[in-house]
Design a protein around this ligand. Sequence first.
Ligand code: SF4
Length: 556
Amino acid sequence: MKVSRRDLLLGTAGLTAGIFFTPVPWKVLDDVSIWTQNWPWIPQPARGPVTTKLASCTLCASGCALRVRMAAGYPVGISGNASHPLTKGALCPLGFAAHQLNWHPARLREVRHRGRTASWDEARAAFEKASAEGPIAVVDGRSGRAASTVLQSFADKHNGTYEVVLTAEERALSPYAQWVGVPVSALGYDLENARTIVSFGAPLLDGWGVPGRFTHLWSERAASASDPQLRLIQIEPAFSRTAAAAWHWVPTCQGTEALLAASLAKVLVEEHLVPAQGPLPPASLTEAAAQTGLTPTAIRDLAYSMVERRPTLVIGSDDNPAIAALNVLLGSLGTPGGIVKKPTTPSVTLQISAKNTPPRAVLLDSSVPWEYVPASGVEVFRFAAWDGGGNRADWLLPSPGFLEETTDLPTPPTSARAVYGIAPSLLTASAQLGTAADFLQQIDATLPTVEQTIHARCEAIFRSHRGSVCGEKSSPITGFESAVKFEEALRSGAVWLDESPAATPLKCALKTWPTNNPAHTTGNWANTWAPPVMPTLAAKLYRESSLRETPQRSQS
Ligand code: SF4
C-alpha cells in the first residue's frame, strides 16, 4: 500500500488527538510525581510520637505563649496559649510559622570571619585582643533578660559601654522617662482602664506591643459598636488596618503629627478643656490646618472628642515629645488609664552606660535588629541565628535558633503590669552554636551565668510574696511551697503576673512646649523583620495573600 504525505499528516493528527483521550500520559505523569516524592534526599516530616509542649516565642520582646506540637521531638505546628495573661493566645504570623525558621537557608551554622570559615577559638582570641587594645561596646536588643545582666556586667568590668537598642514602642515612652526620671522599662500604658485612645499612627491592631493585648481589648470593648466603650481615634495618613477598624479615622498629611499635637494642645488649653495650664505651643490653628490637611473646625472637634470620654490615653508611633506632651496636658501621667509606673520588681532595670570614647570593637547580641549600624572603623562581632545580610560584620557568630535556647522573659515593653516567664529550650542546639552571654562568660568566668541569674530572679520574686502564677489554672504565688517549685512552674510554661500597679503620681511640669525629634519609621512585625529571614508560611502571608500590610502600603 502506498502511503502518501497526506496519510502521514492525518495519522499524526489522529495520534495527537488520541493522546488527549487516553489515560496513559496522565498515568505516567502521576507515577513520575509519586516516584520523585520518594527520592531519599527529599526532607520528610519526622514520624514518631506526637506531643504538645508549652513554650514561649523569643523572636521579640512580647514573649507570646505557645503550644508547640512536636512529632518525634521536632516542632511541626504552633498555636497560641490562651492562659498567658497578656498575650491571651494571640500570635503574629511570624510566631505561627517560627518552627520553620531553623531550616531557613539563611541559617548560620558556622563562625565566619570576613566571608571565610573560622573557629570559636579564633573569634574569642580576636575579641580578647580587641578588648585589650581599647574599650569595647556591648549592644543589646532586648534589655532586662538574664542574658542582659551578663552582657552589662562584662561591659562594666572591662571598661566598656553597654547600649540598648530600643523598639519603636519603647522610644515612644522615652519623653516621659526623661521628664519624670523613671526608666522606660518601668513605664507602661494602662490600656485596660482607658476609655479613649488617640493613636498617632501606632499600629495598634497590626502588631503593636504585645499583639494579643490590644486586639482582645478592642474585640471586647469596641468591635462593631457605633458608640464603643473604648473609643479608638486613629490619626495617620494611610487607611491602615488600625484606621479601618477605629471608631474615628483622622487622615492627615505625612510628617505633620507634631504640628497637629501642638494645635490640639492649644485648643485644649485655650478653651479650658483641661485643667492644666501648660506651656502654649507656638503653632497657630490656621497654620496647623494648612499643613495637616484638616480644617480648623476638624482640629477643634478632635480636641473636644479627646476629652469627651476620659481617661484619654495618647500613643505615638515613635519618640515624639509633642505627642507625649498631650498626655501631660490631659493629666494622663501616673493615673489609671494613662501612662503608669510599674511597681519595682525583682527583674533588673539596667542603667545604660554611655562613654564618648569610640570603641575598638563592638559586640552585637543576637537580639539586635539587622538595621542597627555600628560605628564605622570598629571591629564588629555579631551574634545571629540567621544572616539578615546588608550590614557589615567582621565576625558572624552563629547563635541558637527558635526554641534552641533557654532564656527568661521579662515584662514586655508597653505592659502596665510586670510579668516574668522562662522560655525553655525544646530542641538541643548544635555544638557549633553559642550565645553572646556564654561567649563573654567563657572569657571572664567571674561573670554570673544566665542560669544563676534566672534562679536568683525566681528566688527574689518568690520572696516578694506578690502576684499570681498563671498556668492551666491561676494560683497565688503564696501557694507555692518553695522558690524551686515556683521556678519549675515557670519552666513548664506558667507565667508570673504582678499585682495591678497602684496609681503612682508622676510629677512632670512642662516649662516649654517640646520640639519634635527626627521622625522614625513606624515599627511593626513587617518592617522589623527583613523578608529574607521569614519562615515560608509568613512569607506567603506577607507577599502573596495580602493579609498583612507591607511597609510600602502602610506608608502610601
Ligand atoms: S509578637 Fe510574634 S514574634 Fe513577637 S513574641 Fe509574639 S509571636 Fe513571637
